[in-house]
Design a protein around this ligand. Structure first.
Ligand code: S3P
Length: 185
């Protein structure tokens, strides 16, 4: 299947961007969605790691979070000229309004949502996220999620991922994308 640039009103939906907090399933869902649509899957964290030759944790530790946020912003600008992508973004990326505005100029923006408790259950045995390397990671999740909620809510579609399998969430995203491209949403 060929992708095409679709428009609904003044919006262009050449890509899908997945935003949302750490552990909400952006990459797992995004990969299934990309396979179904025959789009290319990209993950902003993976691209930053492969280009810099450093892990996200190393970038945070050696250069600091502001440098990481700058790398994210450069990448977002670069991706704006591409089509046929499913873009899984790092959890903090939409906090920069310029990033969200850029994503919205070419993508249907989908936010995956989960409660702080569900997020904690999903990330508690993982160690690659510097922001959760905290004496009180559960408190940090609650605080960051509350801070970021206004940004996440600016997505075109908010999908609650609790009580739904990754496959069900992916199906819902594909459906929303087809609706958006045909102007039905
Ligand atoms: C971050 C989320 C991470 C990664 C970095 C910072 C955040 O991505 O970009 O550790 O600020 O929430 P995931 O959401 O893919 O874990």
């Amino acid at each position: 299947m060929q992708y095409s640039i679709a428009m609904a009103g003044t919006r262009h939906f050449s890509n899908i961007s997945m935003i949302g907090f750490m552990g909400t399933g952006k990459s797992s869902v995004g990969q299934i969605v990309a396979a179904q649509l025959r789009f290319t899957f990209v993950d902003t964290d993976d691209l930053i790691e492969s280009r810099t030759g450093r892990t996200i944790s190393e970038i945070f530790a050696q250069q600091g979070e502001p440098v990481f946020r700058q790398l994210e912003n450069q990448l977002v600008q670069e991706l704006a000229s591409r089509t046929g992508l499913v873009i899984a973004t790092g959890g903090g990326l939409p906090v920069n309004p310029a990033n969200l505005e850029s994503l919205k100029s070419h993508s249907l923006v989908i936010c995956l949502w989960a409660s702080p408790d569900a997020i904690w259950e999903r990330v508690r045995h993982q160690s690659h996220r510097p922001l959760l390397n905290d004496p009180d990671p559960q408190g940090k999740i609650r605080r960051l999620l509350a801070e970021r909620e206004p940004f996440y809510r600016q997505a075109d579609v908010l999908v609650n991922t609790e009580m739904r399998s990754v496959r069900e969430v992916a199906q819902h995203v594909v459906h929303q994308f087809h609706m958006a491209r045909s102007g039905k949403r």
